[in-house]
Write a protein that binds this ligand. Structure first.
Ligand code: SF4
Length: 295
């Protein structure tokens, strides 16, 4: 029987799996025989699992694309490694539909029983070069089943327009797909449970640039805990963890961080800063603003 890991252990191991993915290693094999089984695994043990392959990795930045993870490991950790249904199709629209079907009437985290009206999956061009990711649906989004449709959505539309694009040309999604009650910030376990579906959406869409809207989205996508002032103003290389694109030529996206439109509504003085972030993205994508260069 697999040993259940506590949340810290799961995170340590999941971080390790992400690390392997960033190295381009996707195939894992379980070694049954050389790790003593224990009833519970201390965090140090999970870290040991995580670090014990460093020499192998150092030696072989070679084309080998597999690694060995020792037991004991919670089976659910390997969820991220299973072949996903969307990998069998090449049409991104069909692939997104398969992800939505896989999500189903999701009850995977507690947000399903905290008043959501519907799941807000994501909207836009399945072949978008530019993708926006927010933290979670609000009341309007929950009502309409589409991300960023309230006042913050209007401002996001204006931001997109100022970049010389139409809303239909980009893709918009959130880290969590169900409305947190009272618009509270989604909790860590909710983000951890829901974000694999976002990662799969990203792997299908293969955007050139992702703009994380606000600190929650940025921290979840980048797994960095830093204030907005430090997160903004630069590009990050981003590969969706735990999700493999069907296109082996896709080398990941550039990720930029800017303020959430809801924050900009509360503090319009920061719009100029947000515009700087968007200009950085426009420059990378070769976009020209239509006329007036302000958000
Ligand atoms: S937030 Fe995501 S994981 Fe949680 S119930 Fe909704 S769809 Fe499922």
């Amino acid at each position: 029987m697999p040993t259940a890991l506590n949340p810290d252990q799961r995170r340590a191991l999941a971080d390790r799996v992400r690390f392997y993915h960033e190295l381009g290693i996707y195939d894992f094999y379980r070694r049954e025989d050389n790790v003593a089984r224990t009833e519970s695994v201390p965090v140090e043990a999970a870290a040991q699992v995580a670090t014990s392959f460093q020499p192998e990795l150092r030696e072989e930045m070679s084309p080998r694309k597999s690694a060995v993870l020792a037991k004991p490991v919670d089976e659910s950790i390997f969820e991220v490694l299973k072949t996903k249904p969307e990998q069998s199709v090449t049409d991104p629209m069909a692939a997104l539909r398969l992800i939505r079907e896989d999500l189903g009437d999701c009850t995977r985290c507690k947000l399903h029983q905290q008043g959501r009206k519907q799941i807000v999956f994501g909207v836009g061009n399945p072949r978008a070069d530019l993708m926006f990711v927010g933290e979670g649906p609000g009341a309007d989004e929950d009502m309409q089943g589409e991300p960023f449709v309230g006042r913050a959505g209007q401002l996001l539309n204006n931001m997109i327009k100022a970049m010389g694009l139409r809303r239909e040309e980009v893709y918009i999604a959130n880290v969590v797909k169900c409305r947190p009650p009272g618009n509270r910030t989604p909790e860590r376990d909710e983000c951890d449970t829901c974000s694999p579906f976002l990662m799969r959406q990203i792997a299908v869409i293969k955007p050139k640039v992702i703009v994380a809207l606000g600190a929650v989205a940025a921290k979840n996508l980048l797994a960095i805990n830093a204030p907005m002032a430090e997160l903004r103003g630069r590009f990050y290389d981003f590969m969706p963890s735990g999700a493999r694109s069907s296109d082996p030529n896709w080398q990941g996206a550039k990720l930029a961080v800017t303020y959430h439109p809801a924050f900009l509504l509360r503090d319009p003085r920061q719009k100029g800063e947000a515009w700087k972030d968007l200009q950085m993205v426009m420059k990378y994508l070769g976009l020209k603003p239509p006329a007036k260069e302000t958000v």
